[in-house]
Design a protein around this ligand. Structure first.
Ligand SMILES: CC(C)(COP(=O)(O)OP(=O)(O)OC[C@H]1O[C@@H](n2cnc3c(N)ncnc32)[C@H](O)[C@@H]1OP(=O)(O)O)[C@@H](O)C(=O)NCCC(=O)NCCS
Length: 179
């Protein structure tokens, strides 16, 4: 039989974690803000104010348990017809190293494909993690990327001395496979 290969493989999450993926709502702003603040204070990512999170809350997916505890979150910010940036990716320290970061990036990729995206972009200090998610390192200045990739730099204390790495994933179209 000829069929389209699934574009994003989301393997089942460990059932023992009892986590669910869902879109964020404004009532999630405090807990998303808290997890991002935790990592921002360690210099791993940019802090996001409640106002900023509220304005962009529709961009966020989150993983939480039935008690409403947040295991992780990710934002997908559209920048062009074919391009979005992964923003605000954060895993709660109690949940690190369980595959949830990759799962959230894959969830964002699936959403991005639904939007018709061809490319996903990210700024990060976590190059090996993003490589595991299929991203490649790119130069900080790329003519084919919009100026908007630098939009958040104005909020950052390291504007002129930034060590973050630019990563890009080109989303290949689905392949026809015979099964
Ligand atoms: C980076 C982060 C998102 C990774 O999430 P995670 O759930 O711990 O990572 P996963 O368990 O999904 O890891 C997936 C793969 O990446 C690897 N990986 C994850 N973090 C890594 C690191 N710091 N260095 C090397 N490899 C790493 C894992 O070993 C795993 O590889 P494997 O499939 O071969 O076992 C998480 O640690 C985090 O929130 N960090 C702080 C905030 C941050 O840096 N966010 C990113 C901003 S862009």
């Amino acid at each position: 039989m000829l069929q389209l290969e699934p574009m994003v493989h989301l393997s089942p999450l460990n059932p023992a974690l009892a986590l669910e993926l869902r879109r964020a709502t404004v009532s999630d702003v405090p807990k998303i803000g808290a997890i991002i603040k935790y990592w921002a204070q360690k210099g791993r990512m940019l802090e996001r104010s409640p106002e900023l999170l509220t304005r962009s809350i529709d961009e966020f997916l989150l993983l939480e348990n039935s008690a409403g505890e947040l295991a992780g979150c990710v934002g997908l910010h559209r920048m062009a017809d074919d391009l979005a940036e992964i923003r605000g990716l954060a895993i709660h320290p109690d949940f690190q190293g369980k595959g949830l970061g990759r799962w959230l990036v894959m969830g964002a990729e699936r959403l991005g494909r639904d939007w018709g995206l061809k490319r996903l972009f990210a700024w990060t200090y976590e190059q090996p993690f993003f490589e595991k998610c299929g991203f490649n390192r790119i130069p900080r200045e790329v003519p084919t990327l919009p100026e908007e990739i630098h939009a958040e730099c104005t909020r950052c204390q390291f504007q002129t001395n930034c060590q973050e790495i630019a990563m890009l994933k080109v989303l290949e179209p689905p392949r026809l496979v015979v099964s």
